[in-house]
Write a protein that binds this ligand. Structure first.
Ligand code: ATP
Ligand SMILES: Nc1ccn([C@@H]2O[C@H](COP(=O)(O)O)[C@@H](O)[C@H]2O)c(=O)n1
Ligand code: MG
Length: 209
């Protein structure tokens, strides 16, 4: 049975504290391999993968009133206002029966971070950070071939700039709280996966708790 505080939280945040899911933020530069490794974490450790970028791209396709604005921001490598992205994330979390989520590509800036915490009351368990040199990320993005409108050299350079200026400070914020688990991502997929698996091993998870 939920307490009055939980009920009040539910009214404010839409999620009762006792039901708040476990969240891991998955961050790293464009093309660092976040989506690739998240697919394995889903398979091996039972998390649900929510990519903020995928949710925004689906919103464009759905013909929503925000579609054109989102499409323009993505083409320019800019960060969509938190209100829009957080609503999509909240809906995806609420519609899913799981209690543990990988949130990939979010928070992208301080505004994303503070708004998510305020609206949902959720603090991440930890932040999985894929650290990869730009040169390697650029090579991967130019070879991705998934028809993404932002995988062209002009937009890629803008995305790198946004990552350095707006997203790295978020990682530094969590680093200061001892919450960052850094992965050396400039290695073959299988080698990166070994590092990722070590973070999710039962022993490592015990330390998180
Ligand atoms: N360790 C790796 N070595 C070589 N190629 C990789 C590696 N990890 C992922 N890739 C490839 O690099 C490309 C980008 O990977 P992925 O989509 O997982 O990156 P991402 O971090 O999710 O990028 P974005 O931020 O743009 O969504 C894909 O084509 C993927 O197959
Ligand atoms: N929190 C976010 C996440 C993404 N975007 C926009 O989507 C683009 C693609 O994101 P990926 O994670 O799939 O690479 C990104 O460049 C932003 O334009 C966002 O605004 N906010
Ligand atoms: Mg991705």
């Amino acid at each position: 049975m939920g307490s009055i505080v939980d009920a009040a939280n539910k009214e404010v945040n839409g999620t009762a504290s006792e039901k708040r899911p476990a969240v891991i933020f998955v961050l790293g530069g464009p093309g660092s391999g976040k989506g690739t490794q998240c697919a394995y974490i889903v398979e091996y450790f039972g998390y649900t993968h929510l990519s903020a970028g995928d949710l925004l791209r689906a919103e464009i396709k759905s013909g929503s009133e925000n579609g054109t604005m989102i499409q323009n921001m993505i083409k320019e490598g800019k960060i969509v206002p938190s209100e829009v992205t957080i609503k999509l994330l909240q809906k995806a979390i609420q519609e899913n029966g799981n209690d543990k989520f990988l949130i990939d590509g979010f928070p992208r800036n301080e505004e994303n971070r503070a708004a998510f915490e305020k609206v949902t009351g959720i603090e991440p368990k930890f932040v999985l950070f894929f650290d990869c040199p730009e040169e390697e990320m650029e090579r991967r993005l130019l070879g991705r071939n998934q028809g993404r409108e932002d995988d062209n050299i002009e937009t890629i350079r803008k995305r790198f700039k946004v990552f350095l200026e707006s997203s790295l400070p978020v990682i530094q914020y969590y680093e200061a709280k001892g919450k960052v688990r850094k992965i050396h991502a400039a290695k073959p997929i299988e080698d990166v996966l070994q590092e990722v698996k070590a973070v999710f091993s039962p022993e490592a998870e015990k330390v998180e708790a």
